[in-house]
Design a protein around this ligand. Structure first.
Ligand SMILES: *Cc1c(COP(=O)(O)O)cnc(C)c1O
Length: 364
């Protein structure tokens, strides 16, 4: 087998090795079944157990209280950009508040405008998306249909350290690039959703955790496939779900429960890993420059540039020679982005830190 590199891709991204190994080992024939997961009915007992176990693991890992549904949908995070306002804004007679801290929040707001009136509760673009807002900077409508934020802006590397306080307005969160990275106070959320392909599994499945009372606010007339109630009623099995993606997402939650030991432990590991890189940036005498402001730095996507950007090509090339892959930043920010999701081993982050230190010493 070609040796595995340390893959810093922003998404689809690195998966836990034990999950991949188990999928490989059981690919031709699931234990007790005699067929591949790729070949069985989504209504078989085996798959029903897998999807129920996945939900149970999400509930226990995130402490999802009674009164919430955990749904497995398709269409990626960007389908949710539209589905949320279709279900909760369109016929509400209200407007929706958007807290925009990066590229994904901005795109979500644009989609919402196709469904109803939208207010900007805070916009980080004038300051280049380096921050999350302080509580007193938010311009919130106490009667909004919902208030929307992106817990971790994947492109800018800006992460909320705590939920924005929005009073009684339902809080809606795109957690696509940091779900399962830390424990959350789920009772603060109306909707928490994430596409799987950053921190939770392969592309193809999107987890939507939604509070029951929001289902009751949905207006009639939506196509079935775009109405949350369809999937709530059918336990995510209205039509054929992405069976294999859900299976691997289940293996990822099994790894979090059994190998890592829960989200408190995962958070401690993530803090340690990101600190290694932020310390390297901060101790480089300005050779490396972090994009996000100190208090808003992401534990998932570490974004930085070089004081001398003519060295960018050499950095990426020499990193790749050492098996450190996909470090190039998004074109809108430039520089580099090290995505160090849950599944990135500490050894991968240490290897990147050592490379960054040596590269700075050679080129300073
Ligand atoms: C990747 C990403 C998206 C887009 O996900 P798709 O599944 O490709 O639509 C949206 N929001 C965030 C925060 C992301 O990281």
């Amino acid at each position: 087998m070609e040796p595995r590199v340390f893959n810093f891709s922003a998404g689809p991204a690195v998966l836990p090795l034990p999950a991949l190994e188990r999928a490989q080992q059981d690919l031709l024939s699931l234990p007790g079944v005699g067929s591949s997961i790729l070949e069985i009915s989504h209504r078989s007992k085996t798959f029903m157990e897998i999807i129920e176990q996945t939900e149970a693991n999400y509930r226990s890992l995130l402490g999802v209280p009674d009164g919430y549904r955990v749904l497995f949908l398709q269409g990626g995070a960007q389908m949710q950009f539209a589905m949320i306002p279709m279900n909760l804004l369109r016929d509400s007679g209200k407007s929706a508040d958007y807290i925009v801290t990066g590229t994904w929040g901005k795109k979500a707001m644009k989609e919402a405008k196709t469904q109803g009136p939208v207010r900007v509760a805070w916009d980080g673009e004038p300051t280049k998306f380096r921050q999350t807002p302080a509580a007193d900077q938010l311009d919130l409508d106490p009667d909004a249909a919902y208030a929307y934020f992106t817990s971790n802006e994947t492109i800018q590397g800006v992460q909320f350290q705590a939920e924005p306080a929005v009073g009684d307005v339902p809080l809606v969160c795109d957690a696509s690039s940091d779900i399962l990275c830390r424990p959350l106070p789920m009772e603060k959320y109306g909707i928490l959703y994430a596409c799987a392909q950053k921190n939770a599994g392969p592309a193809g499945v999107t987890v939507v955790i939604i509070r029951d009372d929001l289902l009751e606010r949905i207006g009639d007339g939506l196509p079935s496939m775009l109405d949350y109630r369809t999937f709530a009623k059918a336990n995510s099995l209205f039509n054929t779900p992405p069976v294999f993606s859900i299976y691997v997402a289940w293996l990822v939650t099994e790894w979090l429960v059994n190998d890592i030991g829960g989200l408190d432990k995962m958070q401690a590991i993530n803090r340690g890993k990101s600190q290694l890189l932020y310390d390297t940036i901060d101790n480089s005498s300005g050779f490396y420059r972090g994009h996000a402001d100190g208090a808003c730095r992401s534990t998932m996507n570490v974004t930085f540039t070089l004081a001398d950007d003519s060295l960018e090509g050499a950095f990426v090339e020499q990193a790749a020679q050492r098996g450190l892959a996909s470090l190039k930043g998004h074109r809108s920010v430039g520089g580099f982005r090290a995505s160090i999701y849950n599944a990135m081993p500490v050894a991968g982050v240490e290897a990147l830190r050592d490379f960054m230190t040596e590269f700075a010493e050679k080129n300073i």
